[in-house]
Design a protein around this ligand. Sequence first.
Ligand SMILES: [Zn+2]
Length: 178
Amino acid sequence: MQYNLSCEQVTALLTFYAEEKLSAKLSSYVKAHLENCPECREKYIQLQNILKRFNEIQNEEIANPYVTKQYEDFKLNLSAYVDNELDDLENIKIKKIAISNPLARQDLEDIYTYKKLLHTSFEKTKNELKTDYSKSVICQLQEECSENQKLDPFLKITAIFFAMISCIVAGIISILYF
Ligand SMILES: [Zn+2]
């Protein structure tokens, strides 16, 4: 039976698929989805281009005049920059390098596209997981209740409360009338 993946699931798997790290089965599910879904196919093409450029840059770096010490520093700080983890001075340095160095500029554009591409799907997956988790917890609780015929904890507390109240009332009545 063919298992149908959702767009969110496919997006989450896309980098692994592009790098051929999925099992044959899972890979065939992703492939089938890509054949039928233009949106995910577009994402996949973008991702492939980014990965291709990363490889090209790595191969060309030795001969490229833009590969300087400054550019190496830029690359080291790039993800920290995108995640807003740098101080103002370092931020300005990164921006300056990105303006003057086309390699750096391309890297920055790529990492933003890449993050945007995966971020939405990641958030959605996270939320789906949360819902699933709470659903499974609820199921577990309900099963336990029906299997063992346990008393609802709220009912238990209410019962104890009423028992206590009756005792007190009975006590007061006995003091007053006897
Ligand atoms: Zn899709």
